[in-house]
Design a protein around this ligand. Sequence first.
Ligand code: NAP
Length: 344
Amino acid sequence: MVGRSLAKLLESRADDLYVGYGLKPRIVAVSDNGGMACDTAGLDCARLVRAKEQKGTVAAYGGGGHGGGSSSKGKGSSSPTAAEMAEAVSGADVLVETTPSNYKDAEPGMTNITDAMKRRMHVVSVNKGPLALAFPSLNELAAYNRVMFRFSGTVGGGTPILDYAKNSLSGERITSFSGILNGTTNYILSAMAEGMSPKAALQDARTKGYVEADESLDLDGLDAAAKLVILANWIMGMKVTMPDVSCTGIRGVTSADIKKAAKRNRVVKMTAACGNDALTVAPVTIPRDDPLCVNGTLNAISFTSEHSGTQTIIGRGAGGTETASAILRDLLYIRQGITSGAYG
Ligand SMILES: NC(=O)c1ccc[n+]([C@@H]2O[C@H](COP(=O)([O-])OP(=O)(O)OC[C@H]3O[C@@H](n4cnc5c(N)ncnc54)[C@H](OP(=O)(O)O)[C@@H]3O)[C@@H](O)[C@H]2O)c1
């Protein structure tokens, strides 16, 4: 979904990205489970999207007549050879990694990212798995190979949570933060607060397509824990991974808990919090008038810093287009880094 949204965004914003930012990316290779499309002269985004939507795989893109897809198998062949793929990516500047997040071994994203860094390619990842399991070592690998590693879309989708804390609060010392970082569980808890049973609220979220194929990622707090790890490393300078998070999901929250909280003018929310060097994901009660108390699939996060008090940023935490827009921000950052001469 995110990869396709990115292709659509690059297509629809081609002119203003070039005129406004000097960005005219040449996409030389794209892969999915069905195979790959590549062309050293550049792939056409609209045609890639058509191949994916009509035939289910980018491998149906067909021969482009330049290097990759068609060079060894004639025009119209569906997928390039591994050698053609290797040739196409050999001169590429950036890998955009959008495979599914998994918190067991982080593959295939982990290998994609480490291979790219070793080839001296900059990396943009929206895949949280590799960062959740190995943020400190991936950052070291990027520094060792002198490449940029960006991941704005991993936390908050298109809402610039990482940039806000890192750049807008630069010079400040953030002492703690707490946030609602998983829209699905927030939707379920919000529906329960309106009187739905846990079962009905989960079913409603499923029907609306909010729940991950592996429900445990949402319901057991793993998605929120992954985002917490990314924030703790990036914002607080901690060197932590998933096992460092104390994680409790929402499966144990009952309608009675919600009613009991409501009597005290409080609401039950699953927060991801960092304070006093502890990382916790758990359902907690917060006052109804707390800025963090957002409903539906919204995300919200409050940063408390030494001198500027507590500030809350709220926005949609997911969505294909929103997350693709975060990838664009990262690509612009990388372009700036390359043109400034800081990176070769
Ligand atoms: N969707 C969001 O709102 C959102 C927001 C923030 C972050 N993210 C993260 O962004 C990533 C992508 O999310 P999504 O919603 O776009 O998921 P998705 O629709 O499932 O897309 C994942 C893509 O990865 C491809 N893929 C899987 N295994 C592969 C392999 N071994 N080799 C090559 N390609 C492979 C899939 O190919 P096929 O299509 O052929 O199966 C699919 O195109 C995830 O890590 C997710 O956590 C998503």
